[in-house]
Write a protein that binds this ligand. Structure first.
Ligand SMILES: [Zn+2]
Length: 97
């Protein structure tokens, strides 16, 4: 999995490919074809997981599901981590962008 950086303007996170407004201050707004996963470091229950990416996640092997994903997803997948909130990381995964 590749890591990407996105600019956040006015609390809005846009898809780097089609510029859909994926996330705003209230959470998930529009889900475009490129956005396939939305989750946080706080919970193992993602808000969006189109491809059931974490279905094989094993807490015995990886402390956090994001470590599992980083290890297992190929370079078609792009991870953006929003760490503006100190306690919680927001993870967005895009595909084929
Ligand atoms: Zn898109």
């Amino acid at each position: 999995m590749k890591i990407i950086n996105l600019e956040i303007e006015n609390e809005i996170i846009k898809c780097p490919k089609c510029f859909s407004e994926n996330i705003d201050e209230n959470g998930v707004k529009n889900v475009c074809e490129h956005l396939i996963f939305v989750g946080t470091s706080e919970s193992d229950e993602p808000e969006l997981d189109k491809e059931k990416l974490i279905s094989n996640y094993d807490i015995e092997k990886h402390e956090a599901y994001i470590d599992f994903l980083k290890e297992n997803l190929n370079d078609k997948y792009f991870l953006f981590t929003d760490s503006r909130t100190r306690q919680i990381d927001l993870y967005l995964i895009y595909k084929n962008i």
